[in-house]
Ligand binder design. Structure first.
Ligand SMILES: Cc1cc2nc3c(=O)[nH]c(=O)nc-3n(C[C@H](O)[C@H](O)[C@H](O)COP(=O)(O)OP(=O)(O)OC[C@H]3O[C@@H](n4cnc5c(N)ncnc54)[C@H](O)[C@@H]3O)c2cc1C
Length: 520
């Protein structure tokens, strides 16, 4: 059942077994999983079924650190949440991402990739992606009748992204929520405070409101906070009536360890003087199955361990050709030829980009072309950093609540790690004779201008076994609070270099199992 909270009488009390705050990927997955059980669920969503500017304005915030997207443009506040405009790129975290790596401070989840595997499989279905095969080069080579680049130095390997259509969780699963007899979804219901008992160890209720009133309360036996990784800490910090530090914040960890995946669209240019090299790289590019599969390049675990690096993923982007008539010099030896093309590229600025070549790429580059080039993009892992954080701004929103303030930081080790992996990639491609890789990151000053986030907000209520190191435990329950859970990427301990939503959905499915198995 879906209702509009604006029709509730003032000061209503809604009672349920489980209250879920937020109907994005995490909240909808959870409510849908519990549909048809004997758990009475109340799903509270701040927005309506469509975008409304005055509700979206509640997401405005401050950026106090390095440049970041305005906080009201990098997420959406209505039923379905940010899946209303996500890109659909899916990839699970790698097993090594869950490990405590002694070279990455604060790394190490209390769960392993194997714990999540069964849930990843189910998340594939909800995100409408293909088989749970991400690193199986042979499988995809066979399925797609193609060959991946045969990396041979043990430094770089192939991985795959799969694209969700992209699934808009609000539209795709709305009927499931409407039809569920035990789920009561309330739209236009903004939770403004999580109330606890005097000790702060039990949540006693939620205060909620609509923009123009009424205000009302929700009482449940258990609660799940699922409002995204900027809003989850904001709501915990705002709920400071009993404890000035906020709920679940005994160790001053709420809001800390904010992570993004720094994205650098033109991290390197790959110059390929030979059409065969271009073809080899192109087959590594965009592959089509029933669902779209996109290959990418990542460091091997061996390289990460040996050189104590953080993860990164590289994709092949815009392609360009070098026209023979632009080069007057006689054909030099291959090595020189590569250098000449490289210099030409440098002199001419960016290579002449064409559209992605069509499926019949054998006709491309066109006759007479001297070579081809492509631009590599990357997304990389940040080491968890307590100073990279979400706090409360001084300014308040239309509900009288202090807005979020983000201070996103990137550290020197984040940068050095990426540089090293780029050189490893150059080594692998060079060994195969596929061309010359020219990283654009040789100068540190490139970073501030070109690094964007990927709209991936992570880490602000991190998972750890002990309350000294994390906000939630391995079950996603807030340390020190017996009936409050958190869903979403705020619980990520580390970020890997994989887009977060598949993992968010997998974790929500796992939390649903936990709540079902342990009725309070
Ligand atoms: C442009 C863009 C492209 C992206 N592309 C990708 C991609 O390709 N791959 C990928 O993996 N990820 C991508 N993402 C990220 C992805 O959208 C998020 O990871 C995912 O939607 C997060 O799910 P969530 O349920 O945790 O939070 P959200 O989807 O943000 O949902 C939170 C919900 O909580 C509600 N809410 C907030 N505050 C309150 C309150 N006080 N009371 C009640 N309700 C509240 C909101 O209205 C919202 O519906 C992209 C994001 C953007 C913005």
């Amino acid at each position: 059942m879906i209702e509009d909270a604006r029709r509730l009488p003032q000061d209503s009390l809604i009672e349920a077994d489980l209250a879920i705050i937020g109907a994005g990927a995490a909240g909808i997955t959870l409510a849908r999983e519990l549909a048809g059980t004997n758990i009475a669920v109340c799903l509270l969503e701040s927005g309506g079924l469509d975008f409304e500017q005055d509700i979206q304005n509640l997401y405005r915030g401050e950026n106090g650190g390095r440049w970041y997207f305005p906080l009201d443009t990098c997420r959406l506040r209505y039923f379905g949440g940010s899946t209303n405009h996500w890109g659909g790129w899916c990839r699970p975290l790698m097993p090594i991402d869950f490990e405590a790596r002694d070279w990455i401070p604060h790394s190490g989840w209390p769960i392993t990739r194997a714990d999540l595997d069964p849930y990843y499989r189910r998340a594939q279905v909800l995100t409408e992606t293909g088989p749970f095969r991400y690193d199986a080069t042979g499988f995809w080579e066979e399925t797609l009748h193609t060959k991946m680049v045969p990396f041979s130095c043990g430094l770089i390997t192939t991985t795959f992204f799969q694209y969700s259509p992209p699934t808009r969780f609000g539209t795709r699963y709305r009927k499931d929520i409407e039809d569920a007899p035990n789920v009561r979804a309330l739209l236009h219901a903004s939770v403004t405070e999580i109330e606890t008992d005097a000790s702060g160890s039990t949540v006693t209720g939620l205060r909620a409101t609509t923009l123009a009133g009424p205000t009302f309360r929700v009482r449940a036996r258990r609660y799940v906070l699922a409002t995204g990784a900027i809003e989850n800490p904001r709501l915990l910090l705002l709920s400071n009536r009993t404890n000035p530090a906020g709920v679940g914040n005994a160790h001053d960890l709420v809001g800390r360890y904010f992570m993004e995946h720094p994205h650098i669209p033109g991290v390197a240019n790959l110059v390929m003087p030979w059409p065969e090299a271009f073809h080899a790289i192109y087959t590594q590019h965009l592959l089509l199955a029933d669902n779209i599969v996109h290959s990418a390049m990542i460091p091997t675990d061996a390289l990460l361990r040996r050189e104590r690096l953080q993860h990164a993923v590289f994709t092949i982007g815009v392609m360009g050709v070098y026209d023979a008539k632009n080069l007057a010099a006689p054909a030099p030896a291959d090595e020189e030829r590569a250098r000449d093309i490289f210099e030409l590229q440098r002199d001419l600025g960016a290579p002449r980009a064409t559209d992605h070549p069509p499926a019949g790429y054998n006709d491309w580059p066109p006759a007479g072309a001297l070579g081809a080039s492509c631009v590599l993009g990357c997304a990389c892992e940040q080491a968890p950093n307590p100073d990279s954080r979400v706090t409360l701004a001084e300014e308040s929103d239309a509900l009288g609540l202090r807005r979020a303030r983000l201070d996103w930081r990137i550290t020197e080790t984040d940068k050095l790690s990426l540089n090293r992996i780029l050189h490893a990639l150059a080594e692998e491609l060079g060994a195969l004779g596929l061309g010359r890789l020219h990283p654009t990151l040789s100068d540190d000053s490139i970073w501030p201008a070109e690094v964007l986030g990927g709209y991936h907000h992570m880490g602000t209520t991190r998972m750890a076994d002990s309350p000294q190191h994390g906000v939630v435990n391995a079950d996603c329950r807030v340390h020190g609070v017996d009936n409050l859970y958190i869903a979403g990427s705020s619980v990520f301990t580390t970020s890997g270099a994989s887009n977060p939503t598949l993992t968010i959905v997998a974790l929500a499915l796992r939390l649903a199992d936990h709540l079902r198995e342990q009725p309070s």
